[in-house]
Ligand binder design. Sequence first.
Ligand code: HEM
Length: 223
Amino acid sequence: MGFVLIKFTRITPAHTFWIKLALHVIALSLLLMTYYQAFTDQLGADPVKAILHFTGIGAFNLLLISLLISPLAKYLRQGQLVTLRRPIGLYAFVYAACHFTSYLLFELQLEWSLLFSELLKRPYISVGFVALLILSMLATTSTKSIQKRMGRAWQKTHNWVYVASLLVALHYIWSVKSELIQPIIYALILLVLLITRKAKFLKPFKSRLHKQTNTEQTKKKLA
Ligand code: HEM
């Protein structure tokens, strides 16, 4: 019913303004409440695990929602919905940054040498780290002025979100010791989203392949 209503009601900038406001309130208050509960001993026997779970799952959920926006906007013919992608993607980064910071602060007690050995010893940590680096690059280049300055390269850069989300799915599957059901469901949802955006998802790989073939052809011509 709600879906049919959205299809026939035009979503205006005023609507997306209120949706963005709700997003800020919900995303920030949930984050603050979780840390408050952790510091006041209300998060059970292992508050660090609870924080890592909340921020990790939160970041992955937001990442998946940001990937859903474009196909949904296309299906509903509501172009205005696309303006929600940036704030949702930024909150995915904020949650992922809190996830990493909590791990560094509460689990490793800020011991940087321990972080390096964990990165080398545990593949799921290194995969998560690469995903976080990609998300950081996307967050720092997400402003309108940088988008303008980067021109066509901006879209190419932002297609790396697909690689980051695959790495996050791998990180999640690898991080659990048993009960693989939930991470596998997440990976399947991601796969469906990637299939709907197949052309864009393959772009980072295709452009690399294209460049490689071009240089090989030039080398052959010069030889
Ligand atoms: C340097 C970067 C990262 C580090 C060090 C890290 C560390 C961790 C750790 C220690 C766990 C808990 C594993 C356990 O329960 O034993 C975890 C779980 C998880 N992480 Fe990360 N992570 C990183 C990046 C990311 C990113 C970028 C995302 C998402 C955008 C993410 C999403 C998740 C998810 C969904 C889980 C499973 C949560 C659960 O069910 O408990 N992680 N991560």
